[in-house]
Design a protein. Sequence first.
Length: 321
Amino acid sequence: MKVFAYPPGENWIVDRITSEFNQNTKHELANTPNDADTIMLFAPWCWDQYRPVWLTEKKFVMMLHHIVPHKFNHSEFIKRDYYVDHYIVPNEHTLKFIRKLTIKPITQICYWLNPELWSQANKTTAKAKVQFECSNKSTFDKTYSLLGCSLAKKFVIGSFQRDTEGSDLKTPKLEKGPDIFVDTILNIRNNIDKEIVVLLGGWRRQYVIDRLREANIKYIYFEQPPVGILNIMYNACDLYIVGSRFEGGPQAILECAYNNIPVISTDVGIARDILHKDCVLDLPNEFIQPTEEHITFAKQNVDKVLVSNQVTKIDEILNNV
């Protein structure tokens, strides 16, 4: 069987997912949709780039990610659903939402982690490396810092995502929960005896930065760190917070768990599949500092969803679609 899976070219996580699928699938890869027996689409918003004749004559398998109900386009889904032979979803939240809208087969397969990209590092060394890179502003596209002190004895909280809408740099992207994230930090500040420093990564963090400044909380922001530096950033964290209202993953849960980084999350995406139930919280009202038991629990779960294992599951679907 020949499979065509083409990355959307958006410099986003779906490009990496598509590339890693292509590297690990046991199926022969087609050079064009026309040459394929099956089209595997990881970016559903790109479906209309494919000719209707391809979608009707070939098997068409689509991954759906997170669903934001008030933004969901039902008419677009109905048009697309006509062509789809099988859906793959990363979490139970998406499965339950889509199950009400289609009779097509749906399989839940958690996102995967590529162990070649991530590794654990000494926390003290990682904090020193982050601080060094922060002073070397030519390293990244944008670096902002209100640090002015050593990270060594600080409580470092991480968040590497996007949190404002594309229309401007001020309107919070509420499904990503930037307000919940900052409110949780304010709650934590009252419950620990160390000074907090927030380590930020990803595009469009202006909403969080503005609120951190208002609260007089120190932060470091790397807008587009390469994966190697992002790995060090994870390892510098004493805690990672996912405050989202809707998620497909996020990948950060897998990446933190693999690196043995303490992480707490709202009940979104894959949180309940990877994290200990004690770490899936009603943020910002609840807070725990994950224990070694919690960290080990998450690491054991993420070891079950490494890239080779999860791509094998997709290959099996493609064999039977």
